[in-house]
Ligand binder design. Structure first.
Ligand code: S3P
Length: 445
């Protein structure tokens, strides 16, 4: 599928409700499958990533029923699946599920294979395999990557000091801790998203959080509950940035999760835009005590380049493709450092964004752990999503302020996290053409 995004002819205006949070949807599906009884999920993200996790839980014996806008998951009694568990493009899916299954009592004696698409099979898994193995897990990787073969067996807890601020690694260990004997303690080098720590208590499991240490006592049983998934701030970032860039725009993004371990993008934007351009109106606490807000966005003048503080990187890790697109049209230079983790996401986001932005005439210098971007005019041109949903959406937004249309090949990938993206942009007044709709190639798109 190819998108053609035309330069905006007028301000963007209107209200949208961004799709459900991807991280929380994965956890709701996974915990629901592990939990005894029924879990009701409201606002589940119907994206390819989170559907893959839900399908994996179904293959493991959880019952899944769609009832209107809710999903009911009846879990607790897992069995070995008939074949490999395919997590598609989902890093969160494969890493959290591997941890959760590694010691699961009713699966002991079985052999489970967890795999995914070409991108997922190239992402590092040693970061979970090594510490899980220290808990007693039997996991065979393929040269440090998926496919992973897991033979569930008895685990013991332990104390882990992570080398990287990764919520996926932290969560994989805590979920393994649910079926381990004793206490599992995970110390992160810096804050990372804490959705697992917030949601497990809703399923009846105490998590002891002291600063950068999260711990739980195993074995522990989960009990089904109701989960209301807030809107995804990472998805909301695309219309948000579009509205900041298109002069005169004013939009409202409803029901967006603003968890403080995820709101780095708002902190970074505060240094790039006029005060009042992004207004956060706290509305309520969602499931697992997740703070939720309506965001009002106004374009109040030019965006400024920024030297982004490395401490904010883990708190905005998924927003860097969008921030790089924003930097391309900001006044002055934006410097990103301490972001080497971007190289092991759905794509090598530093290399891919550098290449694609240069195709649109943007001056970008690549660094091992980031990039330096000099803002200026963006040319019309044809770019490629490189198999990465967030790259596709970042480039699409740039088309609204380029000198002519921007065409994005491989836009099918957007369905990974934001299937309604084109509809939402159009609802705000953007002109977006879709070619070859519905066309999906099988592997490397
Ligand atoms: C996620 C954690 C982050 C993030 C990913 C979702 C999660 O990855 O990039 O999109 O749901 O835990 P890392 O924990 O590997 O940084």
């Amino acid at each position: 599928m190819r998108l053609r995004v035309h330069p905006a002819r007028g301000p963007l205006a209107g209200e949208i409700t961004p799709p459900g949070d991807k991280s929380i949807s994965h956890r709701a599906a996974l915990f629901g499958g592990l939990a005894d009884g029924e879990t009701e999920i409201v606002g589940f993200l119907e994206g390819e990533d989170t559907r893959a996790t839900l399908a994996a839980m179904q293959a493991l014996g959880a019952e899944v029923e769609r009832r209107g806008d809710r999903i009911l998951v009846r879990g607790g009694r897992l069995h070995a699946p008939n074949g490999p568990l395919d997590l598609g493009n989902a890093g969160t899916g494969i890493r959290l599920l591997t941890g959760a299954l590694a010691g699961r009592p009713e699966l002991r004696g079985a052999e489970l294979v967890l795999t995914g698409d070409a991108s997922l099979r190239a992402r590092p898994m040693a970061r979970i395999v090594e510490p899980l193995t220290r808990m007693g897990a039997s996991i065979e990787s393929t040269a440090g990557c998926a496919p992973l073969t897991v033979r569930p067996r008895a685990l013991t807890g332990g104390h882990f000091e992570l080398g990287v601020a990764s919520a996926q690694v932290k969560s994989a260990l805590l979920l393994a801790g649910l079926s381990a004997e004793g206490r599992t303690e995970v110390v992160s080098p810096a804050p990372s998203r804490d959705h697992t720590e917030r949601l497990l208590p809703a399923f009846g499991v105490d998590v002891d959080v002291q600063g950068l240490c999260a711990a739980l006592q195993g074995p522990a049983k989960l009990t089904g509950t109701k989960v209301t998934v807030p809107g995804d701030l990472s998805s909301a970032t695309f219309p948000l940035i579009a509205a900041l860039l298109v002069p005169g725009s004013r939009i409202l993004l409803r029901g967006v999760g603003i968890n403080p371990t995820r709101d780095g993008v708002l902190q970074i934007l505060a240094g790039m835009v006029e005060s009042g351009a992004v207004e956060v109106r706290r509305v309520e606490g969602g499931a697992g005590d997740e703070p939720v807000a309506d965001l009002e966005i106004r374009s109040l003048g030019p965006v400024r380049g920024l030297d982004i503080s490395p401490e904010l990187v883990p708190l905005a890790i998924d927003e860097f493709p969008a921030l790089m697109a924003l930097a391309a049209v900001a006044a002055g230079t934006t410097r990103i450092r301490g972001a080497e983790e971007l190289r092991v996401k759905e794509s090598d986001r530093i290399a891919v964004m550098t290449t694609q932005l240069r195709r649109l005439g943007v001056e970008v210098e690549e660094a091992p752990d980031g990039a330096t971007i000099v803002g200026g005019a963006v040319r019309a041109g044809r770019v490629d999503a490189a198999g990465d949903h967030r790259v596709a959406m970042s480039l699409a937004v740039l088309g609204l302020v380029a000198e002519g249309p921007v065409e994005i090949d491989g836009a099918d990938w957007i369905a990974t996290s934001y299937p309604g993206f084109v509809d939402d942009l159009r609802a705000l007044g953007a002109e977006v053409e879709v070619e070859n709709e519905g066309h999906v190639e099988v592997e490397e798109r």
